[in-house]
Design a protein around this ligand. Structure first.
Ligand code: GLV
Ligand code: MN
Ligand code: MN
Length: 414
């Protein structure tokens, strides 16, 4: 491969300068933090940044039919099979932190710098993958790119998803030069992957408590998303007597309290309503409908199903008391993932005995793990906060993470 030499001082350090170089992209002055929804200007700018950074390192970049970017460090005489693939995502939740996703991408580029600086010659290809719509913050389904790639969602379901403006995923793909008819399971693409490794900022306090800069994922909590629509009677805020109302906002508010109360009945359950939309949404208007979205997580998938059923029943009951009705639609569901033990213990050994820990956050690595050997590295987050501007990663830990990723790539691609 042809490379522009990278000075020694920019090897592991490059993860910090790479993160610095995108610090202004997609800042959200209203919410704080970053809003980088898939195929928005900031996310497209980050994709261009990635392509430029990868090409500067001599990697060949391609965009596949599901919109996944792949940057290849090819091996002469070796086709693109049995590759060691690393990477993450560049999209964010609304008002998210700087590190969720981009740290994994920047660390992958920095790991290539470390290996190139060491004069490492891989014996199998290395690739960096960037997955679109990991957060599902625009089209509602998390890990949409990796789900399409692996066949975990049908093209028909994905293409008909709509964003808040009413554009379908198909419309947005077309507007971005992607062919909607081409999306879907990519068996040949999957066969190119021998091993997938995702580095990610930790999204809780696990590594702080373990006093370790880097850890290895043991499992991902099963999780899903449901949309509840509560319908009532839209009306005038001044002329409608309190006794005459069928107000879906009141029913939704009571249902949200039930969500918290029901989750508390099940050890280890997490249930969240982070998004609620009254329709039409006016100060002096009793809503005709309220949509809200439910996120439920539990290590036992049967308990997740039971929690959702209990929430649905409670929502139906409070809706009936308010003269309203409620519909529930499942938008996505991911079973609990237990990562390949051999990969996890190997990652721990390759990174100097990093501790294993579970996570409650979803990842493309979880989707891929059903198809290819997969592992994850976490980098300490001193605040323990994520999906928020307070998410943090110290520079020294980011460098340690990039070197740990380089070490694991070297073990597997050496
Ligand atoms: C993604 O970060 C999720 O866990 O929802
Ligand atoms: Mn993420
Ligand atoms: Mn996230």
């Amino acid at each position: 491969m042809t490379t522009t030499p990278i000075p020694p001082s920019t090897t592991a350090q490059s993860v910090v300068s790479l993160m610095d170089s995108i610090a202004d992209v997609g800042r959200d002055t209203a919410r704080g933090g970053y809003s980088r929804p898939v195929y928005s200007t900031p996310e497209l700018d980050l994709r261009s940044w990635f392509v430029e950074a990868a090409e500067r390192r001599g990697l060949e970049v391609e965009t596949d039919r599901n919109g996944i970017l792949w940057a290849w460090w090819d091996v002469p005489g070796h086709d693109r099979t049995d590759a060691v693939v690393t990477g993450s995502h560049l999209d964010s939740v609304p008002g998210g932190g700087a590190y969720d996703g981009p740290l994994g991408v920047a660390s992958s580029l920095a790991a290539v710098d470390v290996l190139q600086q060491r004069g490492f010659a891989p014996s199998r290809p290395i690739a960096i993958a960037v997955f679109p719509e990991e957060e599902g913050s625009r089209f509602g389904v998390a890990c949409l790119g990796s789900r399409l790639f692996t066949g975990a969602i049908t093209p028909a379901k994905a293409l008909n998803l709509r964003d808040a403006e009413g554009s379908t995923f198909a419309d947005v793909l077309r507007a971005n030069g992607q062919d909607p008819a081409a999306v879907g399971v990519d068996r040949a693409g999957l066969e190119r992957i021998g091993l997938f490794l995702e580095l990610h900022v930790e999204q809780g306090r696990g590594l702080v408590d373990l006093d370790a800069p880097v850890g290895v994922a043991s499992s991902i909590l099963g999780h899903g998303r449901w949309r509840l629509s509560v319908s009532g009677q839209g009306n005038h805020a001044g002329t409608t007597l309190m006794a005459d109302r069928r107000d879906p906002m009141v029913a939704a508010a009571r249902a949200v309290v039930a969500v918290r109360d029901i989750a508390l009945l099940h050890e280890s359950a997490r249930a969240t309503v982070g998004r609620l939309t009254p329709v039409p949404g006016g100060t002096n208007v009793i809503a005709s409908r309220v949509d809200f979205w439910l996120d439920v997580r539990h290590p036992d998938d049967a308990v997740t199903a039971a929690v959702v059923e209990q929430i649905h029943a409670a929502a139906r009951a409070v809706a009936a008391e308010e003269g309203c009705t409620v519909d529930l639609v499942e938008e996505s569901l991911s079973a609990t993932v237990h990562f390949d033990t051999a990969v996890a213990t190997g990652l721990s050994a390759a990174t100097g005995g990093s501790p294993l820990l579970p996570t409650g956050a979803g990842h493309d690595a979880g989707v891929l793990s059903a198809h290819v050997p997969t592992g994850m590295l976490f980098v300490r987050n001193p605040t323990g906060v994520s999906h928020s501007p307070e998410e943090l990663c110290e520079d020294a830990d980011a460098r340690t993470g990039a070197v740990a990723l380089a070490d694991t790539l070297a073990v597997h691609a050496g």
